[in-house]
Design a binder for this molecule. Structure first.
Ligand code: GDP
Ligand code: MG
Length: 263
């Protein structure tokens, strides 16, 4: 029996955008999403540049954190609301215009083909557009997270991804900040045997972009610490290392009609 069943309906999904000070870009991001006709959930995390007021002009659900509490906490608030409202899944993306609305139907196509899996957007196509230091650090993070999760991942730090409903509860134990997205993926794999598939996406890095909220030293150190702690807690997970050795991450490109079968 194949472990993948393609369902014939769109997952009832909402789009979740965590924001901190995105006044420059949030209107354009929201407007690019409106034609998709998906429920939108914006979490404004203590912005002081008017992000929430701009978002409030559009037909969407807005959660406001009075104080900045980090990307992880913002995603957690969104996941809670998505659970309450009964969505089958949540698609996350950045509020800075880095991710394209046009990639959402492609990610949802993968979610249909691989029900119950986490679908990562992967900046595979134009990796050279990513700042070089982030690219190198991402390759290192991919390797560590693949070890902890026992399956090969690519671009594990990309914020555009689809989470099935079954993993949303794990948000409660996934910590805060930028480590949240790493922790939830590892916990989903270890506790629920959830698998991951990547979809190639576009990512934009305009010349005049604002400085990233991601602090390379602080945030990569935290991610490395949390992945190392999980691997140590699992007794170094030698079985995982054996399992991922010589394997490639599963990449599904909906534009390539056949697509790989789940292994
Ligand atoms: N809610 C919330 N969102 C944040 C915070 N820091 C970053 N973000 C959002 O998370 C997304 C990714 O942040 P960004 O700075 O673009 O990181 P990068 O894309 O990894 O360089 C953006 O939509 C940010 O607005 C935060 O402290 N709270
Ligand atoms: Mg960004």
């Amino acid at each position: 029996m194949p472990d993948t069943v393609t369902s014939d309906h769109d997952p009832a999904c909402c789009v979740l955008i965590p924001c901190h000070n995105e006044a420059r870009t949030i209107a354009a991001v929201i407007e690019s999403l409106l034609p998709l006709d998906l429920p939108l959930l914006v979490v404004d995390d203590g912005s002081h540049d008017g992000t929430a007021d701009i978002a409030a002009r559009y037909p969407l659900t807005l959660i406001r954190h009075v104080r900045q509490s980090g990307k992880g906490q913002a995603l957690r608030s969104g996941f809670r609301l998505a659970l309450e409202r009964g969505f089958d899944g949540v698609l996350t993306m950045d509020g800075d215009g880095q991710h394209a609305a046009a990639d959402i139907p492609r990610i949802l196509a993968a979610a249909r083909r691989y029900p119950g899996w986490i679908v990562h957007g992967a900046r595979i196509r134009h990796r050279e557009r990513q700042p070089a230091y982030r690219r190198r650090a991402n390759v290192f993070a991919d390797w560590g997270i693949s070890w902890a999760a026992g399956q090969r991942l690519i671009d594990s730090q990309c914020g555009q991804r689809y989470y099935p409903r079954s993993v949303l509860d794990l948000a409660e134990r996934a910590g805060g900040g930028f480590g949240f997205e790493t922790a939830i993926v590892i916990e989903a794999a270890l506790r629920q045997g959830v698998r991951m598939v990547a979809v190639p996406i576009e990512a934009h890095y305009p010349e005049d972009r604002r400085r990233s909220h991601f602090r390379p030293f602080r945030d990569f150190s935290r991610i490395t610490a949390l992945v190392s702690a999980r691997i140590l807690r699992g007794g170094l997970m030698p079985g995982h290392l054996r399992r991922i050795r010589g394997t490639q991450p599963l990449v599904f490109d909906p534009d390539d009609h056949a697509g790989p079968e789940a292994g």
